[in-house]
Design a protein around this ligand. Structure first.
Ligand code: C2E
Ligand code: CA
Ligand code: CA
Length: 720
């Protein structure tokens, strides 16, 4: 029964099933009707043919009776003895009566005999064993008269015999007439005298039943009026209608049909069974098809990995609530894992998949009542909740998810550090479409991601304009890269003791943007979140190596984004640029920030080791802005530590900062790492930092970043 319920969900399959069922029933009815109709047709046709054949038999029987009469007349009229008796001037009635009058009694071959003279006048007669007392032939009817009138001449001269049918006063009778004459020619009829013998035999049930038997006609009967059954008209020799001969139709068709009916019924049953089987088989096929279709539809709404509903299912659900006019606020929580790509890169996709499954399971337990959680793809999840306390539920869910994802997750023997950027958007569906709600949650999430990750952002309209501006910039960066709008400037790095320029830091610049110049902090961040940093970073590295290649006494520092560093092919790309530009690996130093290193310690260590193998140095940039201690960072084997300008700028008036700086420098030196202080703006700072033990210094006090032409000019002046 449960199976049949599925049909309701699948209108196409159901309609098809009804169609097949109706077609099947129609087919059964048609087959049955066709079989019975043809049976009926054959039966009536057979009956008709049989009736026609019987009619012919009846006619044959009549003709046979006439023929018999003819033979009878022949037997009795062509007879020498009869000639002798019939032609006497005075008839010997005794002889005549003895010979013909009692004939009826003998064999019932005839019932009346009459002798006529040459004028066809009655001379003598006997009827039914009695002398016939009338003196004319009127008794014998018009049929007899007709035979005489038609054949008077041949009867007299050609010795022919004629037989036919007439109606006597006693009824319908076969009648024959012939000249009484000798058997041999030598005994001619004398002169003009003629004697004719007339014999009658009246039709009676006995005769009819005899004929019926001979000709196999059932219940052959004479009726004055046509009967309901089959019949043929009976006419006298004169052509007058005498009545009808009727019989019992045998109806062989009906008999055959009756005989065949059991077989036919069996055939019909077989056909019906086959058709029903066909209906059953196609229904089963259809059902399977429909079920498959339904399953496919279900699968299309389920994420294969986490078994959570997918993006499509969630959007459909939200769209359904909107269309059904569900009142109240809906909240969407958008979750994007931080650093998931690194898990894939470092441990492989297998571990990445396992992590998604584990996270999905935990998140599922946190769903508020009536909420729906979906995996939106990759490392993104979204939860939708409605009802009066939608916003409250959404915020609680987001908080709990963030707490969970901010703590390390154990996966088998591994402990994985991951985080999440979360965005929340709430609104009435009547005011905004479902996709708008998702877009807003996405914008809020994006804001969390681009402002330091591991946080929750609630959407507001200002965020929207921020995001819109970012999208414009994103496109501008793409175009700018194509139009070669980007530039690289260089800021000198000097030796703390000799104050001589020993290197430069390459810094990206973007002046030629149509909307005006944009600071690197901003466009680098947008390039990072949009993935354009790969191209931009590669451009800066190549350009810097190309520009600095001839200046063999200068080292080159290039900033590398965490996103670039994440690329498993990064080291190979660096090697490629070095080879392409002919820049010696030993003069290159790559600057990375703490964030990435902390997020992906293993990958970071591997990358640093690989770069060192190339001969390239790696510096930790912006030290002092993060939370890590120098002790922790030592395991990464940085060649250099760059003390951030926020810290370096404080050395002249903050004792604590100054203590931190000098402590760091001591430890770093002890670990064999060089220390660069950046953001040196004043002489005082310069002196304090040098005193604290910094090896190299960088800042506006020495020089602003400048284009390569200016750098070349500056060197020329110095050399002069
Ligand atoms: P950063 O790596 O810390 O670079 C040093 C920044 O400090 C530069 O800002 C520089 O102009 C500025 N600076 C130098 N001396 C002083 C000073 O005495 N006082 C003050 N207040 N600032 C000083 P810039 O060029 O605006 O770059 C900002 C940030 O953008 C860089 O910080 C770096 O993180 C990023 N960046 C720049 N170019 C690139 C690049 O090619 N790739 C990557 N990944 N990041 C880049
Ligand atoms: Ca830097
Ligand atoms: Ca820095």
């Amino acid at each position: 029964m449960a199976n049949w319920l599925h049909w309701r969900n699948i209108p196409t399959a159901k309609t098809l099933f009804v169609m097949i069922f109706m077609a099947g029933i129609g087919l059964i009815i048609s087959v049955v009707a066709l079989l019975y109709l043809s049976l009926h047709l054959i039966s009536t046709k057979t009956n008709e043919i049989d009736d026609r054949r019987t009619a012919l038999s009846v006619q044959g029987a009549v003709q046979t009776s006439v023929n018999r009469m003819w033979s009878l007349v022949l037997d009795n009229a062509v007879w020498d003895e009869a000639v002798k008796e019939a032609y006497r001037p005075t008839l010997d009635t005794a002889w005549l009566y003895k010979t013909w009058g009692s004939g009826l009694k003998i064999n019932n071959l005839y019932d009346g005999t009459f002798i006529l003279d040459e004028h066809f006048h009655l001379l003598w007669g006997a009827f039914r064993g009695k002398p016939f007392t009338e003196d004319n032939l009127r008794f014998l009817g018009r049929g007899m008269q007709f035979l005489i009138d038609q054949h008077a001449q041949p009867l007299a001269t050609e010795k022919n015999i004629y037989a036919g049918i007439t109606r006597t006063r006693e009824g319908v009778a076969f009648v024959g007439i012939g000249l009484i004459r000798p058997m041999t020619e030598g005994f001619p009829v004398q002169g003009s005298a003629r004697r004719y013998l007339v014999i009658t035999r009246h039709l009676n049930p006995e005769i009819l039943s005899g004929l019926g038997k001979t000709f196999q006609i059932d219940d052959l009967a004479y009726t004055a009026e046509p009967s309901a059954g089959p019949s043929v008209p009976l006419k006298s020799s004169a052509g007058e209608l005498l009545g009808y001969l009727s019989w019992q139709a045998r109806q062989p068709g009906v008999q055959a049909a009756q005989a065949a009916s059991t077989d036919i019924t069996q055939i019909v049953m077989l056909a019906a069974a086959l058709i029903l089987l066909f209906i059953l088989l196609s229904s089963v096929g259809l059902y399977k098809l429909a079920k498959g279709e339904q399953q496919a539809r279900r699968i299309a709404r389920i994420d294969w990995l986490s078994h959570l509903p997918n993006r499509r299912a969630l959007i459909e659900k939200l769209e359904q609530s909107r269309l059904s006019g569900e009142p109240g606020t809906k909240s969407v929580v958008f979750i994007d894992l931080d650093g998931f790509k690194d898990v894939n890169d470092i441990y492989g996709h297998h571990v990445g998949d396992q992590l998604i499954v584990t996270i999905a399971q935990t998140l599922r337990d946190k769903i508020p009542p009536e909420g729906m959680l979906a995996r939106m793809g990759g490392d993104e999840f979204a939860m939708m909740v409605g009802g009066e306390r939608a916003e409250e539920h959404a915020a609680a869910f987001a908080g709990s998810v963030l707490d969970y994802l901010n703590t390390p997750i154990s996966l088998g023997e591994r402990t994985i550090h991951i985080g999440a950027s979360i965005g929340i958007a709430s609104g009435l569906l009547v005011e905004s479409t479902s996709s708008e709600l998702f877009r807003r949650a996405d914008i809020a999430m994006y804001h969390s991601k681009s402002t330091g990750k591991g946080r929750i952002t609630h959407y507001d309209s200002e965020l929207n304009s921020v995001r819109e501006r970012e999208i414009v910039i994103e496109n501008d960066i793409r175009l700018g890269l194509e139009r070669e709008e980007f530039d690289v400037w260089y800021q000198p790095i000097v030796d703390a003791r000799s104050q001589k320029m020993i290197g430069v830091e390459a810094l990206a610049r973007w002046h030629r943007r149509p909307a005006g110049a944009l600071k690197p902090d901003e466009f680098i961040r947008i390039a990072e979140t949009s993935g354009l940093i790969y191209r931009l970073g590669q451009f800066v590295l190549r350009r810097a190596c190309f520009d600095l290649q001839p200046l063999s006494d200068l080292k080159l520092s290039v900033n590398i984004s965490p996103a670039q560093f994440r690329d498993p092919d990064f080291e190979n790309k660096v090697a490629g640029v070095l080879q392409e530009t002919g820049f010696p690996a030993g003069r290159l130093q790559l600057e990375v920030t703490e964030t990435y290193v902390l997020e992906n310690p293993e990958r970071a260590r591997a990358a640093i080791a690989n770069l060192k193998l190339l001969g390239t140095a790696v510096a930790l940039d912006d030290f002092g802005t993060g939370y890590s201690s120098i002790g922790y960072l030592r395991r990464f084997n940085f060649d250099t530590i760059k003390i951030d300008k926020s810290l370096a700028g404080l050395v002249d008036d903050d004792d604590q900062a100054s203590a931190l700086v000098s402590g760091t420098i001591r430890i770093a030196s002890a670990l064999g790492m060089a220390v660069i202080a950046e953001g040196v703006e004043t002489e005082k700072q310069m002196k304090l930092l040098r005193l604290a033990g910094c090896d190299q210094l960088q800042g506006f006090y020495f020089s602003q970043p400048m284009p390569i032409e200016s750098l070349l000019q500056l060197r020329q002046q110095r050399h002069c």
